[in-house]
Design a protein around this ligand. Structure first.
Ligand SMILES: [Zn+2]
Length: 105
């Protein structure tokens, strides 16, 4: 439960900048992506979508460890194929994260 709360706080902070990627780019040390249960991510993502954000699911390749971002917005996948090595990842089993893209008005 603690990690879930921390995750939501991170997202709240990210909403103050244009994209989560922008946030990462401004930090000198890139934080390691945290992973959360699939269902937990999906629930949170739906809330963000309702608030007008585009959500891009992210996961780490189970084979080579490369960070992967899905190119389809607002869609969550239970498995993924790595762009780097072609390896298969069971996202539902391994957990995931997501990137928010919001236009600030
Ligand atoms: Zn890979």
């Amino acid at each position: 439960m603690t990690s879930g709360l921390k995750f939501l706080l991170e997202i709240e902070r990210a909403r103050n900048v244009r994209t989560y990627l922008d946030l990462l780019a401004t930090q000198t040390e890139k934080p390691k992506m945290k992973f959360h249960p699939f269902d937990e991510c999906l629930r949170a993502a739906i809330t963000h979508m309702k608030n007008g954000a585009d959500v891009y699911q992210q996961f780490n390749c189970a084979t080579c460890g490369a960070k992967q971002t899905m190119d389809v917005p607002n869609k969550f996948f239970t498995e993924g194929i790595c762009e780097k090595c072609g390896g298969h990842t069971d996202i539902k089993r391994d957990g995931c994260n997501y990137m928010l893209h919001m236009v600030l008005r």
